[in-house]
Design a protein around this ligand. Structure first.
Ligand code: PLP
Length: 371
């Protein structure tokens, strides 16, 4: 029996995507690669619902966060970072590392950002050059109402840059980049895209390109302008993860065949299925349910249960790999990924395993006891 990998990335990949990875190498400056990168770019534009430039970078998702910072900001630039967890905080850390002057607007873990408070922060200080925000906070299982946040931002500052970490949401849940007027939006191959780690994909708006012309933070590897000029020749500036491009090419065809509306509906259904199943076990969700994520569910480790022992038992005895908590939530929550290649059966298996494992690590709930 194969492992039930229920972490929010890397996610399992379809067989044909994995098979594409085993293809022989090609010249990354030749016509075949040019066709692949051109096709991938067009498909991503479609799935991102954008006419903006889309760039592909060989990197982890964090490289795309760094790229957003170094390509659009200058040392000393004021940026407002809207954070609801670990990944929001990482965005701020990276910006500070490169000398941006970051103001945090943080919200309690398990809650979403309040658009009215974002607008208020912008009204209170007209010097902000950019807003950094996480669409789906993977560490807490919360999806921000990014459409409402963007609208609130534009209501105060029509031309401010909006930089979005959509690593665990884009391609899985609705995120119409152009309709919401977002400037830099990025994701990573190993999340909902059903592709191994190694590629970050970025949408760059006209407004963002204007910022790139002004931005003075030093950059080399993650230079958007170089990436764009090479893309025009069907290349990337540096040697790309060629195998990951092969895999992405296959995965995108599958996603296009399924269609965006169906992909979104599937994630919504599986998110609800997971939350219902978790609650039926007598467990509590970390997230306020109105804003709970359809790509990852964070579950509070019940009183008296050792979270590490639960995850270990799930892995060693039930073949199910869960994610733990990060940062301040280490040991306090566990997380179930349900993005990309995942079926209701995978989640039912995961919930069944939890039902059996929980009493063995000291949990007695009415739901489990009544079994
Ligand atoms: C996974 C994730 C990241 C980090 O991606 P890496 O590929 O591990 O660098 C950043 N932000 C969010 C929201 C994520 O889910």
């Amino acid at each position: 029996m194969s492992v039930n990998l229920r972490i929010p990335g890397p996610t399992p990949c379809p067989d044909d995507v994995l098979e594409a990875m085993s293809r022989q190498m090609i010249n990354h400056r030749g016509p075949e690669f040019a066709e692949i990168v051109t096709r991938i770019t067009a498909s991503l534009q479609h799935l991102f619902e954008t006419r903006n430039d889309v760039l592909t970078l060989t990197s982890a998702g964090t490289g795309a966060i760094e790229a957003a910072v170094v390509n659009t900001l200058s040392p000393g630039d004021r940026a407002l970072c809207v954070s609801i967890g670990v990944f929001g905080d990482r965005f701020a850390d990276i910006a500070r590392t490169y000398g941006a002057d970051v103001t945090m607007l943080s919200f309690d873990q398990g809650t979403a950002a309040d658009p009215a408070r974002v607008a208020e922060a912008l009204r209170a200080d007209a010097s902000f050059k950019a807003v950094m925000v996480t669409h789906n906070e993977t560490s807490t299982g919360v999806t921000n109402d990014l459409g409402a946040i963007a609208k609130a931002i534009r209501g105060v500052r029509p031309d401010i840059l909006i930089l979005v970490d959509a690593i665990s949401s884009l391609g899985s849940v609705p995120l119409p980049i152009d309709a919401w007027d977002l400037d830099v939006v990025f994701t990573g191959s190993q999340k909902g895209w059903m592709v191994p780690p190694g590629m970050a994909m970025v949408s760059v708006s006209k407004r963002a390109w204007d910022a790139v012309e002004q931005a003075r933070i030093p950059r080399y590897y993650f230079d958007y302008k170089k990436a764009k000029s090479y893309l025009e020749k069907g290349q990337t500036p540096w040697t790309p993860a060629v195998s990951v491009y092969f895999a992405m090419d296959v995965a995108l065809k599958k996603l296009e065949a399924e269609g965006l509306a169906n992909i979104h509906a599937r994630h919504a259904r599986l998110g609800q299925f997971t939350r219902d199943g978790v609650k039926a076990l007598g467990l509590r969700l970390l997230a306020d349910e109105r804003v709970a994520s359809n790509t990852v569910t964070a579950v509070v480790v019940p009183e008296g249960v050792d979270g590490a022992a639960l995850n270990k038992m799930m892995r060693t005895e039930y073949n199910t790999v869960l994610a733990g908590g990060q940062g301040a939530l280490t040991g306090k929550i566990f997380r179930i990924g349900h993005l990309g290649l995942v079926s209701e059966q995978d989640l039912r298996d995961c919930l069944d395993a939890l039902k059996q494992a929980l009493p063995r690590v000291g949990f007695a709930s009415p739901a489990v006891a009544a079994r």
